[in-house]
Design a protein around this ligand. Structure first.
Ligand code: PGA
Length: 251
């Protein structure tokens, strides 16, 4: 059985104390009312990771970084390494988010290096793929996603591939309030799983594929009811403990 995962991506939101308070509130609600079959992940800004990791119960909640460096260590001013994340208590790292791709020029080649670094230091990569609106309108979304998967993941060995989580995030749905319909999400998630199965065989059945893009308590149930949707990567709604809980309980 593949894991059901709901991961909150806080992006560049919350001051230090606000972030710690949010983590405490999420931990409390998850303990009291959270669906125990769901792996819950929170991804605060780097500055908050170590303390967030301390204030949550790690049996209930795991912590993720939102990015990591391509290099192990050294003279790379401003960068945060995979090993640093791991040493601060992170178990996951989000890589290839569309905001990193579009605002910071992250390419598939660069992401390939980051994924390998994350795996080397025992972090589970949550690798984001997804098309922009023009690509969907031009019916190129399948090609774009195929390339994002093939160039970045296809030369992993099976042991490493098994550790990767995928997030499908149609860029036109991120932060816009427009969600992909449950049918649109299922169509792409199945496409992704079939593509992964061509390369990695039966292992693709164990890959968790998350949906991201304006996921909220009101639409989570419908999205998560799809056979190939194994959870969500949540932006805006992850900044409110009640909403985040509502999404976790969408399963
Ligand atoms: P959103 O963001 O839920 O605010 O649309 C999702 C994401 O960017 O991961």
């Amino acid at each position: 059985m593949r894991q059901k995962i709901v991961a909150g991506n806080w992006k560049m939101n919350k001051t230090y104390q606000e972030g710690i308070d949010l983590a405490i509130e999420i931990d409390k609600l998850v303990a009291e009312k959270g669906n125990k079959n769901v792996t819950v992940v929170v991804s605060p800004p780097f500055t908050h990771i170590a303390e967030v990791n301390k204030v949550v119960n790690n049996d209930r909640i795991s912590v993720a970084g939102q990015n990591c460096a391509t290099e192990t260590s050294g003279a790379y001013t401003g960068e945060i390494s995979a090993e640093m994340l791991w040493s601060a208590g992170a178990d996951y790292v989000i890589l290839g988010h569309s905001e990193r791709r579009s605002y910071y020029g992250e390419t598939n080649e660069l992401l390939k290096a980051k994924i390998r670094k994350a795996l080397e230091f025992n972090l589970t990569p949550i690798y984001c793929v997804g098309e922009v609106l023009e690509e969907r309108e031009a019916n190129k979304h399948f090609d774009v996603i195929k390339e994002q998967l093939e160039t970045v993941l296809f030369d992993l060995d099976k042991e490493d591939f098994e550790k990767v989580v995928i997030a499908y995030e149609p860029v036109w749905a991120i932060g816009t309030g427009k969600t992909a319909s449950a049918a649109q999400a299922q169509e792409i998630h199945k496409f992704i799983r079939d593509l992964l199965a061509k390369k990695f065989g039966g292992l693709a059945q164990n890959t968790s594929i998350l949906y991201g893009g304006s996921c909220k308590p009101s639409n989570a149930k419908e999205l998560f009811a799809n056979p190939d949707v194994d959870g969500g990567l949540i932006g805006g709604a992850a900044l409110t403990a009640e909403d985040f809980l509502g999404i976790i309980n969408g399963f």
